[in-house]
Write a protein that binds this ligand. Sequence first.
Ligand SMILES: Nc1ncnc2c1ncn2[C@@H]1O[C@H](COP(=O)(O)OP(=O)(O)OP(=O)(O)O)[C@@H](O)[C@H]1O
Length: 252
Amino acid sequence: MLAKLWTNFGISNVSKSFGNYPILDRIDLEFNRGSFICVLGPSGSGKSTLLDLIAGFERPTSGAIRLGLEEIRSAGPDRVVVFQDVSNALFPWLTVRENVEFGISRLPRAERQQRVARVLEMVNLANHTNKFPSELSGGMKQRVQIARGLAMEPDMLLMDEPFGALDAITRKKLQTDLKSLWEETGKTIFFVTHDIEEALLLATEIVVLSTGPGARVKEWIRRDQIPQDPATVEYVAMKTRLERALDIDEDH
Ligand SMILES: Nc1ncnc2c1ncn2[C@@H]1O[C@H](COP(=O)(O)OP(=O)(O)OP(=O)(O)O)[C@@H](O)[C@H]1O
């Protein structure tokens, strides 16, 4: 199958309600292929709902999400989702290798094995292929989930607070590794997080949703506005701006 050729990922005037209850209100964003998009927002603002719309698990009430000219109407292997809760995402009775192979079982054996070896190498799990999930740390389990997604060779990785349940040191390591992986593969990544520093470390685009119901885009920080060095005034100023956008400064 030919990889779909698209260069732009557009969320055009998208609103979503559940019944009469508005969740998202006219979200309008456009990104280049290969962007690392981090979405911040208060709890309940609709970050996961937006991710579900991109995944094709839900349909917008109005507006459209497009990859190039093609509208997303359902889930597809070109977009894989990585969840925070790994315990439900992995099969406990399958080894690391078998878990990763699961999504590509229809491929010929040789190609399957090649892909599995490649992605396990990418996530630094090449030495743990025969272990079961119960023998792995939380961080390693999350690496398996990422490898399983990558094995499907998607255009886009949709990650819903993937490191939210990990301890601080493991989280840092996985952030750095994900950044390298993104640089290496050029995948488009849509990443939901609560963590401003995580967004500043990873993102080429940062979107902040406002408090719902009917959340809108409160901030959209573009690639060239995101400071890279935490030791600079610009970085601290951007952090403060994002904290204000999330209103978390008012709690302290
Ligand atoms: N299938 C559904 N049916 C009805 N309401 C829903 C459904 N899915 C989500 N909601 C509601 O939509 C709102 C937004 O939820 P969502 O999980 O998208 O927010 P979030 O920003 O990801 O929150 P958090 O940061 O707490 O994970 C919530 O009020 C939630 O209860």
